[in-house]
Design a protein. Structure first.
Length: 365
């Protein structure tokens, strides 16, 4: 009875502490602290299932072992692993004596580390397994049934805490994205307000608009050149409005105004913790423009090192967030504009020739 009451109090503390977290980094730390308070373990880890790799990535790893074989950046395949068995069966699995029998592919690594027993518990949320809680001890032997029941309850609290934090972060991310898109929409409305007057005043601009109408229905990349104040933004907007992507986002980026050191973050986005100040994941302008049109204004101002990454996005249609591990597909219509002499910039080594030819598909001057 005393043990049941002690376990109940411990479980209550775990639930309160874990469910008070609002970001994943603090949650991982809280999980480590709570597990260590509940009972001693030589190795504790939380792995979440990643559909793209069909494997498990480590998000929490803490160990008191002298030798560590399974590192935090190791991806454990679903097929053939204990974690995969637990994921597929939505049930816990105990290997009471690892040294006598290695059942799954990761077990021999645990033996190398000096573990004698491994318990894997499913992290279940609304009947779906999102990951696995892995607990290893040096001593072999079957745990008591009430200890397993208690650990299952702890795993359930961890699963719901992960679900809550991920939902909270997703809502935060959507809120930030909506705020940015609203800013772009306000700017676009201001720009549209002056569009008709400008068209009516200039015969030269009328001719340029004919070119814009010609290229708009195609997927061709457009490079608009001209002096500052000649309506390059208006022209890019017209191309978008007359294109098949007109009901999708039109995102403008003033490359000359991007903060030094944050160009790639602004264009390609970043993951949480990618650099100092990256407190949350952020989608870049390419992702915001997905399905629509992206205008890179004053593209000649982009640093050389970023030009190489920009070229890859144009060629492959894949974006790599700063600090990210996976490429993200994007589908955009690219329009670039500049008041610079890009051929001269190429000769001076300030602009990549291969990028220029990728942009110079349909030039409008």
């Amino acid at each position: 009875m005393e043990r049941i009451e002690r376990n109940y109090r411990a479980l209550l503390n775990v639930a309160i502490e874990l469910n008070s977290q609002r970001d994943t980094n603090s949650l991982w730390q809280a999980i480590i602290e709570q597990i260590e308070q509940v009972m001693p373990w030589a190795r504790v880890s939380v792995t979440l299932y990643d559909r793209q790799s069909d494997g498990f990535q480590f998000y929490v790893v803490t160990t008191h072992l002298a030798k560590v074989v399974v590192q935090g950046d190791t991806v454990i395949p679903r097929v053939g692993s204990g974690m995969g068995w637990v994921y597929d069966h939505k049930a816990l699995h105990v290997r009471p004596d690892l040294k006598q029998e290695q059942v799954f592919l990761e077990d021999h690594w645990y033996v190398e580390e000096g573990l004698g027993r491994m318990i894997n518990l499913p992290l279940l949320v609304r009947g779906k397994c999102v990951g696995v809680l892995n607990l290893g001890s040096v001593d072999a032997g079957n745990p008591e049934p009430d200890a397993l029941e208690f650990l299952s309850q702890v795993a359930m609290q961890i699963a719901y805490a992960i679900d809550h934090v991920q939902a909270y972060e997703e809502i935060n991310l959507l809120r930030q994205q909506l705020a940015r898109e609203n800013t772009y929409l306000v700017e676009e409305l201001k720009l549209t307000k002056h569009f008709g007057a400008m068209v009516g005043r200039s015969q030269a601009f009328q001719h340029v608009l004919e070119l814009a109408r010609e290229v708009a229905p195609t997927p061709a990349t457009v490079l608009i050149t001209g002096e500052t104040g000649t309506g390059k933004e208006l022209l890019a907007q017209a191309i978008h409005d007359w294109s098949l992507r007109a009901n999708k986002p039109f995102i403008r980026v003033n490359c000359a105004a991007l903060p030094a050191g944050l160009v790639e973050s602004e264009l390609f986005g970043h993951e949480k913790g990618a650099f100092t100040g990256a407190d949350s994941r952020r989608e870049g302008r390419f992702e915001l423009a997905h399905g629509g049109t992206l205008l890179l204004d004053e593209i000649g101002e982009i640093p050389l090192e970023t030009q190489a990454k920009l070229l890859r996005v144009i060629q492959d249609g894949m974006v790599d967030r700063v600090g990210g591990k996976q490429s993200i597909p994007v589908d955009i219509r690219l329009v670039a504009s500049t008041n610079a002499d890009l051929p001269s910039a190429i000769e001076q080594g300030r602009f990549r020739a291969d990028l220029f030819y990728r942009l110079h598909v349909f030039p409008i001057t």
